[in-house]
Design a binder for this molecule. Structure first.
Ligand code: HEM
Length: 195
C-alpha cells in the first residue's frame, strides 16, 4: 500500500469501472497498442523512475504558465493558485508516471482509471484534497494536454543513451498509453450510452 494521500489504487474504495477489460482490449487494438508497447513502457520505467520530479517541473511549469489551465488548480472564488492542492496532486501525479511506465492492465488499474476520470470531472474534482477549487477540468483541455505531456517527455527518454529507434518506440508507447487513459477518463464527460 502506498502512503500517498488520496492514492487509493487497488483498494476497496475504488468503484468498478463501467468499461470492461474486454472493451479495453478493443481500445488497445484501436490505437495499435501491443506487446511491443508494453515492453517499451517498461524500458522507460528505469529512465523515468529517478526523474519524476524533473518531469513534473516541466509539466507543472507548462500548466502554471497558462492561466486557463492554472484556473483548474485555483480558488473558485478568488482565482488564486492553491499551493496545497497543487502539491497534493503532484504526489499522485509522480505515482502515475511510475504506474504508466509499469504498464500493468488489470481490473484494479482499470477501476483506478475511472476514478482519475471522475476526479477531473465535477463528479469528484476537489473531493480527495478538500480543495476549494473550480468544479470541473474542461474536457477540451484534458484531451489536448496529451501532446505537451508526451512531447516534453521525449528528451527525458533520450537521456540515458538508448538508440534513436528505442527512444521513438518508448515515445510512441507513451503517446498511445496517454490516449488510452484519457479516453477512459472521458467516460464521465460522455453522454450516457455514447462511450
Ligand atoms: C489530477 C494526469 C490533464 C487538472 C490528475 C492526476 C493525474 C493527472 C495523474 C492525479 C490522479 C489521482 O488523484 O491519482 C493528467 C494527464 C493529463 C491531465 C496525464 C492529460 C494528458 C489535465 C488538465 C488539467 C488537469 C488539462 C487542467 C488544467 C487536474 C486537476 C487534478 C488532476 C485539477 C486534481 C483533481 C482532483 O481534485 O482530485 N491529473 N491530467 N489535468 N488534474 Fe490532470
Amino acid at each position: 500500500m502506498s502512503n500517498i494521500p488520496g492514492y487509493i489504487h487497488g483498494t476497496a474504495s475504488v468503484s468498478r469501472s463501467p468499461v470492461s477489460l474486454n472493451d479495453f482490449e478493443q481500445m488497445k487494438a484501436s490505437v495499435l497498442f501491443g506487446e511491443e508497447d508494453v515492453k517499451a513502457l517498461r524500458t522507460s520505467h528505469d529512465i523515468v523512475k529517478g526523474r519524476t520530479e524533473a518531469i513534473l517541473d516541466v509539466w507543472y511549469g507548462f500548466v502554471g504558465s497558462q492561466p486557463h489551465l492554472l484556473a483548474s488548480f485555483s480558488g473558485k472564488t478568488d482565482g488564486k493558485p492553491l499551493g496545497d492542492y497543487l502539491t497534493s496532486v503532484r504526489k499522485r501525479f509522480a505515482q502515475w508516471i511510475l504506474d504508466t511506465s509499469s504498464a500493468g492492465y488489470d481490473q484494479a488499474w482499470l477501476d483506478y482509471q475511472h476514478e482519475i476520470g471522475l476526479r477531473h470531472h465535477r463528479a469528484r474534482k476537489n473531493k480527495t484534497d478538500g480543495a476549494p477549487s473550480t468544479d470541473l477540468v474542461p474536457f477540451r483541455n484534458l484531451f489536448a494536454l496529451i501532446f505537451p505531456v508526451t512531447f516534453t517527455l521525449r528528451p527525458f527518454l533520450a537521456e540515458q543513451g538508448h538508440s534513436a529507434e528505442d527512444v521513438e518506440k518508448m515515445h510512441a508507447a507513451w503517446v498511445k498509453s496517454c490516449l488510452l487513459q484519457v479516453t477512459l477518463w472521458a467516460h464521465p464527460y460522455v453522454k450516457d450510452g455514447d462511450f
